[in-house]
Write a protein that binds this ligand. Structure first.
Ligand code: NAP
Length: 260
């Protein structure tokens, strides 16, 4: 009967969350910490990371921080290895850091396109590669969890977000390739597809009442999502309960992509 109850406990697991200083990354970090993990918050700016790390600690959970820009190759590689060295390894990586640049096609420069792909996709690949090296070198054998924050726009088109949607589709493809390559090693690789959540990245959309009207009418839930509503998905994918879930896209969108 010991194996009847699914195990969502993350005690002793060290998880690095990029873009963990606010928004979805912070909400996921809080959920992981509250489920027992030692969560390592990343972002570019030390101040908010210190503040959120201290708040998680004050709530009685375990947290650390490592500031680096995920799209700075040298800093990112050094950063993830510094985390592993400090904590004696790494169990999980949530590739979540991101931004948005919305332009109609004639105004979308090569620079803007490459910037978005660099932060969302290339940086996620680089950290994934380093994380797998660390996970494979664990003294008790390889094990670990890779999670990518994708988006419903990986599968549904929306105007003005060419590099964002392309990068999110790319993340899901990378999760499947990772599943194929490390699936036999106890290292899983999955994506989460959030719908529309109330965070800073969506500030320009929130200023537009017509957009909110569209979100509420298009989503069976009838509202924007609270970032805390992503906590269950990431905790599940990080946990022993998800040991046979690999190469999957877990949609958390209030039903938006299920309906016409
Ligand atoms: N909100 C939504 O509705 C939604 C839906 C689908 C997918 N997503 C995805 O969810 C992820 C998080 O978005 P969010 O809504 O939480 O946005 P957010 O509130 O703007 O947070 C973005 C986070 O990423 C960090 N960041 C940005 N650029 C970075 C870089 N180059 N290196 C390291 N950290 C960086 C930010 O910290 P610093 O600025 O201090 O670096 C911040 O912690 C993104 O990948 C986004 O595409 C969001």
């Amino acid at each position: 009967m010991d194996d009847w109850k699914p195990n969502f406990d993350l005690s002793g697991r060290v998880v690095l969350v990029t873009g963990g200083s606010r928004g979805l990354g912070l909400a996921m970090s809080r959920a992981l910490a509250a489920s027992g993990a030692t969560v390592v918050l990343n972002g570019r700016t030390a101040g908010p990371l210190e503040e959120q790390r201290d708040a998680i600690r004050a709530a009685g959970y375990s947290a650390d921080m490592e500031a680096f820009a995920v799209d700075d190759a040298e800093a990112a590689v050094a950063g993830i290895h510094a985390v592993a060295k400090r904590h004696g390894g790494l169990y999980g990586l949530v590739n979540n850091a991101g931004h948005q640049r919305r332009h109609p096609i004639e105004e979308m420069s090569d620079e803007a396109f490459e910037d978005v792909v660099s932060v969302h996709l290339t940086a996620a690949f680089r950290l994934m590669r380093e994380a797998v090296g660390i996970m494979r070198a664990m003294p008790d054998g390889p094990r670990g969890r890779l999670v990518f924050t994708s988006s419903v726009t990986a599968r549904l088109g929306r105007r003005n977000i060419y590099p964002y949607a392309a990068a999110k589709s790319g993340l899901e493809a990378m999760a499947r390739v990772g599943a194929a390559e490390f699936g036999g090693e106890g290292i899983t690789c999955n994506a989460i597809e959030p719908g529309y959540f109330l965070t800073e990245i969506n500030a320009p959309l929130l200023e537009d009442q017509a957009f909110t009207d569209w979100v509420t009418s298009r989503t069976p839930a009838g509202r924007w999502a609270d970032p805390a509503e992503l906590g269950g998905a990431v905790t599940f994918l990080m946990s022993t309960a998800a040991s046979y879930v690999n190469g999957h896209e877990l949609v958390v969108d209030g039903g938006m992509t299920a309906v016409l």
